[in-house]
Design a protein around this ligand. Structure first.
Ligand SMILES: Nc1nc2c(ncn2[C@@H]2O[C@H](COP(=O)(O)OP(=O)(O)OP(=O)(O)O)[C@@H](O)[C@H]2O)c(=O)[nH]1
Ligand SMILES: [Zn+2]
Length: 366
């Protein structure tokens, strides 16, 4: 059995990986139980790679571990890249993830299809870096979506406009994107020339999740940040930017000088999973709404609506307003679905309780 203080001591080698003294405290009871602190660096097929400090040598090592012991009915609670875990190195036939520490942040999108479930893309990051290629016309609606998702995670959003070497109007695009990203830094970068990489690095926290469409240049950017060729970069077939999909799992990669990046596969759909992130992503509209005559103004045809007035005056772009409304509707839908799901689960539970009650000779109240 490991001694708690020795395990706690080992966690200091994790400082570069984002371990904080607060985690030391959270982990103490797990250390008592003989578990070793570890960070999940990738998840696939019911297993994961975890990084841990060897209890003997104190050196950092990676092993494969079984995540089934921490299975949960809610996919949003499944083990995910970036999670801090307690692993049992003595488990046979292979080490197991026996506990997950509470997350400080979580990037969650709605799973594909009509199911109202959340999928965690990255856990415990302090920056969500949204990559968007300058080589194609920027999809502002998509960036707004990513920003809402990023704000909702609890981490700080950051935007990288990639492939600056391919265009000469980068500053114009930057200005457009800044307009739709209130409170967020937008950095123009090129992995090819190295432009902006240092600035970007300076804006990043100690753990960063990298999000963006396939082909946005995430893996290349990760390589530029590490300065070596760690990630396989896809071969783009032609200038139309349609390339083969290479990043298939989410991977946590250490950066020189400390900190980590979690590279995620290119995301086609980024369904919002509810919450207040949307209001933060559209902060200037939310602020205007304070001036509406009615505090519960729906900004449709109410008299004295400051938002509609701003749209009419061109202070808020029509596109921006429509985008906000669309995402809000989406959020409301998911909220009602989630409520319905929770209600159904409660009902199921109640039925089971009533059944048990009956079996025990009681009768449910009419
Ligand atoms: N000229 C130029 N090309 C770049 C730059 N960054 C990325 N590319 C190219 O863009 C293509 C896509 O880059 P990736 O890094 O694989 O894109 P990704 O976002 O990781 O894509 P997925 O793995 O599919 O999610 C590759 O052909 C890269 O060589 C850049 O700064 N300049
Ligand atoms: Zn209004």
């Amino acid at each position: 059995m490991l001694h708690a203080s020795s395990t706690t001591g080992n966690t200091s080698v994790f400082a570069d990986y984002g371990w904080t003294p607060e985690l030391d405290e959270l982990f103490a009871p797990l250390a008592e139980g003989g578990l070793t602190p570890a960070r999940i660096t990738r998840v696939d097929r019911g297993m994961c790679d975890v990084l841990f400090a060897d209890p003997e040598s104190g050196e950092l090592r990676t092993v494969r571990a079984d995540i089934r012991p921490v299975r949960d009915p809610d996919p949003a609670n499944w083990a995910c890249t970036g999670d801090w875990a307690g692993i049992d190195l003595t488990a046979r036939p292979m080490p197991t993830v026996s506990a997950l520490l509470p997350r400080s942040t979580a990037v969650i999108r709605k799973t594909a299809g009509s199911r109202s479930e959340g999928q965690v893309l990255a856990a415990n990051v302090d920056t969500v870096l949204i990559a968007s290629s300058l080589a194609a016309e920027p999809d502002l609606g998509r960036i707004e979506r990513f920003l809402a998702l990023a704000w909702e995670s609890g981490a700080m959003p950051l935007v990288a406009l990639t492939k600056a070497d391919l265009v000469d109007d980068a500053e114009f695009v930057k200005a457009d994107v800044e307009q739709i990203a209130p409170g967020v830094s937008v950095v123009v970068v090129s992995a090819e020339t190295g432009e902006g990489i240092d600035v970007l690095r300076a804006c990043m926290g100690s753990s960063t999740a990298l999000l963006g469409q396939s082909g946005a240049g995430k893996s290349t950017l990760t390589n530029a940040l590490i300065g070596t060729e760690v990630m396989a970069v896809q071969q783009t077939r032609s200038v139309d930017e349609k390339g083969r999909h290479t990043t298939t799992t989410r991977e946590l990669i250490p950066l020189p000088g400390g900190g980590v990046v979690i590279d995620t596969p290119g995301l086609r759909g980024v369904g919002l999973f509810g919450g207040e992130g949307l209001a933060q992503a559209f902060a200037e509209i939310e602020e205007l709404a304070q001036d509406c005559r009615f505090h519960d103004c729906g900004h449709q045809s109410e008299p004295g609506c400051a938002v509609r007035a701003a749209v009419a005056d061109g202070v808020i772009a029509e596109r921006r307003w429509e985008s906000y409304e669309k995402l809000q509707r989406e959020n409301e839908w998911i909220a009602s679905r989630t409520d319905a799901r929770l209600a159904a689960e409660r009902l199921k539970k109640w039925k089971t309780i009533t059944k048990t009650h009956r079996a025990m000779g009681g009768s449910p109240k009419k």
